[in-house]
Design a protein around this ligand. Structure first.
Ligand code: URA
Length: 410
């Protein structure tokens, strides 16, 4: 096989044969197809797309790059949820322990930050000691013991997605329907699920900018999932303003912990309840009661301990991960908040250090925004609209300016 010819074939709008797609993915995982070549191929796919058949083959090649969860004998329903990515989207952190409280198993495999969107793994790693790189045997044992595991792709589990995901993050090749479909569905199919709910986002803070693009992505993922015997349900949700009041890794965990104790912001709670109801069949009223009771927080604390984290740090996380500079941002206008542009807030958080510019970058778990004002709230000149958490004064100043320009008041 001649890799440059395959890249050129896709660049020129050709259809890749099954054997070529499988060979490219195997070669990429083995290191025979270089990162430069795979980046070029991803860009060609971004511009030229893939047919339904090519996308299904890519998904299956990525799925087969590693092992799968295997559940023998009688066991509870195995379910999961995955979001296509948003700003302040911390639903997974709350939903996973909530699902485990509903007598379902949830083997949640997530990703790191992607483009301007945050990643569940980066958020979890802001908890001291938390390990996301579990062996599959260890993950299965934990699932049996407590019904929930939260981990990432590894050399053993979806290695093709682990490598391609990191590459797409830094090469401008994320917002592609076939690449997102293969990335998400290869992970979810490797979990051997019974039911999956997809939270497909559209808007300025999402990879799909319009509802119709989100519907197209949802249909592509459903088609691949159903073909492989998983019942896939899709919720299409706007991502025009950040979810909740916090954006940034540790800041989002802090907001999630409050939500697990029944003190979450209404927009975040609504998504958690709707998606959990869809996969567990438990009513939203009952689920809301579980959040209020504290049992979800307890389940999450157990999960943290099981994965090497320090559960006693949870109550102090805001202090442990305090940024060196924390400053208020004040409104320059009076009226009602018409828009808090999620895309601009996500970009500002990334530039504060919450995301990566190249694969080797280390994220800063401490930085981001909290106390963010919401659309529809009245505001007067000089009122606080958010707090910036930054590594230094200069980046705090830049972030404050960016945040102000993301806001429309009328
Ligand atoms: N989530 C993923 O796991 N992959 C994508 O490509 C986008 C969101």
């Amino acid at each position: 096989m001649h890799v440059p010819s395959l890249i050129a074939h896709k660049r020129d709008g050709g259809i890749l044969a099954e054997k070529d797609i499988r060979w490219l993915i195997r070669g990429f995982v083995a290191g025979d197809v270089t990162e430069a070549q795979m980046s070029a191929l991803a860009m060609a796919i971004f511009f030229r797309g893939m047919t339904v058949t090519e996308t299904a083959i890519l998904t299956s090649a990525m799925l087969e790059s590693g092992e799968r969860f295997c559940f023998a004998g009688e066991h509870p329903p195995v379910v999961d949820k995955h979001s296509t990515g948003g700003i302040g989207d911390k639903v997974s952190l709350i939903l996973a322990p909530l699902v485990a409280c509903c007598d379902c198993w949830i083997p949640m495999v997530s990703g790191r930050g992607l483009g301007i969107t945050g990643g569940t793994l980066d958020k979890l790693e802001s908890i001291p000691g938390f390990r996301v790189g579990l062996r599959i045997e260890e993950a299965q044992e934990q699932l049996k013991q407590m019904g929930v595991v939260m981990m990432g792709q590894t050399e053993q589990f979806c290695p093709a997605d682990k490598k391609l995901y990191a590459l797409r993050d830094v090469t401008g090749t994320v917002p592609s329907i076939p690449l997102i479909t293969a990335s998400i569905m290869s992970k979810k199919l490797a979990e051997s699920l019974d039911r999956l709910v997809l939270d497909v986002k559209f808007g300025s803070g999402a990879f799909m900018k319009t509802r119709s693009q989100a519907e197209e992505l949802a249909a592509a993922m459903k088609a691949v999932g159903e073909k492989m015997g998983v019942h896939v349900m899709a919720h299409i949700n706007p991502m025009e303003e950040p979810l909740g009041h916090a954006v940034g890794n540790a800041l989002e965990v802090v907001e999630s912990l409050a939500t697990m104790r029944g003190e979450g912001p209404p927009d975040l709670v609504a998504l958690v309840l709707a998606q959990t109801e869809t996969i567990t069949g438990v009513s939203q009223e009952k689920l809301a009661g579980m959040l209020q009771s504290g049992m979800v927080f307890e389940m999450f604390s157990k999960l943290v301990t099981a994965q090497g984290g320090d559960a006693s740090s949870l109550s102090d996380l805001a202090k442990i991960q305090a940024a060196p500079v924390v400053r208020d941002v004040f409104s320059a206008a009076s009226g009602v908040v018409l828009r808090v542009d999620a895309g601009q807030v996500g970009q500002a958080a990334l530039e504060l250090g919450a995301g990566r510019g190249k694969a080797s970058d280390r994220i800063d778990p401490r930085v981001g925004f909290d106390a963010l004002i919401k659309v529809g709230q009245p505001v007067a000149t000089g009122d606080r609209i958010a707090r910036v958490h930054a590594a230094d004064e200069l980046s705090a100043e830049r972030a404050a300016v960016a945040l102000l320009s993301s806001l429309s008041v009328g």
